[in-house]
Design a protein around this ligand. Structure first.
Ligand code: ATP
Ligand code: MG
Ligand code: MG
Ligand code: MG
Length: 425
């Protein structure tokens, strides 16, 4: 596929929004990946949508690989379900509430445990149907007190949420472990450094939860890691709310609450995923039961598992960007190669020819075919947009040779047009 800059809806910006304090916010806007519509509400433009879709595809593949079935529940949900569980109060002002023309009250779902438990109660009869894993990729709504950092913390965002149903605790432990492993694979494939740490369960409830934290200075979470005993936890769980923690970060290593060694490091990170063993919290509420082996009813054990898909895009941007712009890992990049003609005429024609050749070889090409733009401006945009390889058709165009540059390392080498599909594919 050839994506043409001449027609692509991707007006890059020289200046970042005045309120942007994080790299991902600045760069995703400047590189025309997203556009602000209202506070915490964003549009995804073609380049950003492509990255978002790539993240979604990888998440989907890994969920399907562990046998989860994809469904889609409504974002518009009756408030009664959240009132019955007590979460209408727990979430409070975070809930977007609305009423229909007849006065029936709804929320825009912030997460969907109640609706999934209800679905399972309707569909499940026998323990032989378990274990069951369901997931959806859906837009969530939370009226965050402080939407910030662009799509890192927005009020409308894309989440993959999965829910498992088991007949006993051993089953839940197995389902939880399978999802934990799947998450590790997802983040490895995305090229995002993220690791599971112990967490508090918050309004989700349940006995145990882990967060997947992606180290980044822009992160709002802090985690503690002990170099001696291996403890890894959100700082909330080891030291509680500690107003002085920000200063202590700078001090370096401090005593570990578990082993006592002065090897506890505190770091900042972005929460990109959160997995929970819910147990029977929601099953108890609505009487979610199946017939066990002896015919007697068994309370279903639930787990729930979220990945912030739109947030993961921002987290990737945070971890990989540099002073020139975004720098997408291969797995999520909007194209495999960004093709730039250094000049018009023969060089532009050679670039066209090369784009066609790459396309026929199945390579996704972003071709800068905008008329009347200098080479410097083209290269600056290529670096800003962050496709992993930039091919410049210049001095040696007539010989069928381009300069192939690695966006991340900046290392470049001449490459024959013939060889390029193999080098970038
Ligand atoms: P946070 O602590 O950042 O507010 P959370 O703990 O409230 O997140 P969960 O309820 O655990 O979030 O939701 C699952 C995942 O959804 C999170 O791990 C995160 O990746 C994503 N997420 C949560 N809130 C937002 C948001 N406002 N914008 C983008 N992604 C979000
Ligand atoms: Mg939150
Ligand atoms: Mg959290
Ligand atoms: Mg969480």
């Amino acid at each position: 596929m050839i994506i043409r800059m001449s027609t692509l809806l991707a007006r890059t910006l020289r200046d970042a929004p005045a309120d942007a304090v994080t790299d991902s916010h600045r760069l995703l806007v400047r590189a025309a990946h997203v556009r602000r519509v209202a506070s915490g509400v964003w549009s995804w433009l073609p380049l950003g949508k492509s990255v978002l879709d790539n993240v979604t595809r990888i998440v989907r593949e890994e969920m399907a690989a562990i046998g989860d079935q994809e469904v889609l529940l409504p974002a518009l949900a009756p408030v009664a379900a959240y009132e019955a569980s007590g979460r209408a109060d727990d979430y409070g002002d975070l809930l977007f509430r609305l009423a229909d023309r007849r006065g029936a009250r709804f929320v825009l779902g912030p997460t969907h445990e109640e609706l999934f438990a209800d679905l399972a109660r309707d569909q499940l009869v026998s323990g032989r149907q378990l274990p069951l894993g369901l997931f959806q990729v859906q837009t969530k709504y939370r009226d965050e007190a402080r939407p910030r950092s662009g799509v890192l913390r927005s009020r409308e965002f894309l989440m993959k949420d999965a829910y498992t149903f088991d007949a006993d605790e051993a089953g839940l432990r197995a389902s939880y472990a399978a999802h934990r492993e799947a998450y590790i694979r997802v983040f490895a494939r995305l090229g995002l450094a993220a690791r599971p740490v112990a967490a508090l369960s918050g309004p989700m409830g349940g006995s145990e939860s882990e967060e997947f934290l992606a180290p980044a200075a822009a992160g709002e979470d802090r985690y503690a890691e002990c170099g001696s005993c291996g403890l890894a936890a959100n700082t909330e769980t080891v030291v509680g709310e500690d107003a002085g923690l920000a200063e202590k970060e700078a001090v370096g290593e401090r005593p570990c609450p578990r082993c006592g060694a002065a090897a506890l490091r505190i770091g900042r990170a972005i929460e990109v995923g959160h997995i929970f063993r819910l147990g029977t919290k929601y099953s108890d509420l609505i009487g979610l039961e199946v017939a066990g082996a002896d015919g007697r009813p068994v309370r279903v054990q639930m787990g729930c598992y979220g990945i912030g898909i739109s947030r993961a895009v921002a987290a990737l941007a945070e971890q990989t960007c540099d002073s020139a712009g975004l720098c997408w890992p291969d797995a999520v990049a909007p194209a495999a190669v960004h093709l730039v003609a250094a000049g018009g005429g023969e060089r532009a024609r050679a670039a066209e020819e090369l784009a066609g050749r790459l396309d026929r070889a199945g390579v996704r090409v972003l071709l800068d075919d905008r008329p009347g733009l200098g080479t410097g401006a083209r290269l600056a945009d290529a670096e800003l947009i962050g496709v992993p390889r930039i091919a410049v058709v210049g001095r040696r165009a007539a010989e069928g040779v381009a300069e192939l540059r690695d966006r991340r390392t900046g290392v470049s080498a001449d490459a024959a047009f013939d060889a390029l599909p193999g080098l970038v594919g």
